[in-house]
Design a protein around this ligand. Sequence first.
Ligand code: ZN
Length: 504
Amino acid sequence: MPKFYLTTAIDYSNGDPHLGHALEKVGADCIARYRRLRGDQVHFLMGMDEHSQSVLQAAARAGVPPQEWVDRMASRFAEFWARLECSNDDWIRTTEPRHFRSVTELLQRIQRLNSDDLYVSEYEGLYCTGCEEFKQESQIVDGHCIEHPTLELIPTRERNHFFRLSRYGDRILDLISSGTLRVEPAIRRNEVVRLLQGGLQDISVSRLRQPWGIPFPGDPDQTVYVWFDALINYLSATGFPEPGYEQRWPADLHVIGKGITRFHCVIWPAMLLGADLALPREVWAHGYVQWEGTKMSKTAGTAVTLDEAIERHGPDALRYFLLREVGFEADGNFTWERFDERYTADLADGFGNLASRTLAMLAKYRGGVVPSAAGATSLDELRQRAQAEYVLFMDALDLRGGAEAAWTSVSAANLYVQQTAPWALAKAGKDSELDQVLTALARALCSLAIMTAPFMPAKAQALWEDLGMEGNVADAKWTAAENPAVDGRSTRKGSVLFPKPATV
Ligand SMILES: [Zn+2]
């Protein structure tokens, strides 16, 4: 089984998670579930970035020690990700001893292997506390950070340790151009390439006497810069530097937001090259969730809480809506109106109706048992075409395309019910034809349970059980979608998958 090590960005513990965080975690979870379905040995990492200045400020505002604050926030985030059915195998926090050890070792490795890469110098610049980084002129609009227009940039001057990033630009450019380090989607890759072609400046990798963070090896007056610290989490979680970490490292996919592409596609690869470690294979930078045209973020203010969005139609519907409508490749809009429309059209009237009418007909005409009817129907052909498209899209991390492909199967099956009119076949006593139709529909539903499981794990499981399939749909392999083994299964009408809410 090929290994697939997948990570999400770790989040600042300075406030509750919002829809923007949710899009990333749900998208990565969808990919993790899909890779398991395809037979990969998946290791899925999520976690918390706990050393930033914004965390320290949030703890001070709440009047609690920082450790107590980050403990509280970590359980709060974990609770949300559990509600949204994230199937992460590990959960890393940058305040953990395993991470301290890994950060210290990585810096010492750079000192040992490329001692010239780290040096002490004076730095002066404008610091954004939202990004936790010095901003360059190109990143400043009207005197403010592009990402944080409501925050003031802070003029800062101090003596720090520097990393010779400028040395690595050409090598990273070559690695990206040759596809050794894949950066997707293409719009993000082009940005990174332009950045690299423009030449890189060395970066400060320590801050003077920060009370909250990891001491710089060999210089306890200095604290490791929070971004340098945070990026290393992906390596810490593999057990680095303990033997055996290479079984997991390098990461096969880093899923991040487009605002932190530079850190992941330029600085992180350079750090790894400096330490003579393997580079991640791919970075996927998703867009932002827009609410009335504005990015969802703590500092931009939130118009809708994640809790409200989950409560609206349940966690599975939110997962589906985020990946199908908002999308995982560019910025997308979230509105209640669109959410309600999609819920009604795609889920209640589309997928849900197909499941309930098929299971009802099986109960009414065949005592709930799926008949054994050999031979492919026109619906089977359409199902197989949808499955092939689904695989192409999902392999390319086009989650919206994957969902659309699955829904062509939903539409085809609903149309098939209308065209074949099983009730008329029953009335006319055309038993073998009715068997064919009902079996083809059961096969379509079984395949849909498998294809929708990465998007809507709980609803897919409910359908799986209603179809009389054993075990967990999350453990199913792709061959089960290609050859749905439904003949002779005892189905049940079950509960309505997507009830229509009174408010819609
Ligand atoms: Zn900023």
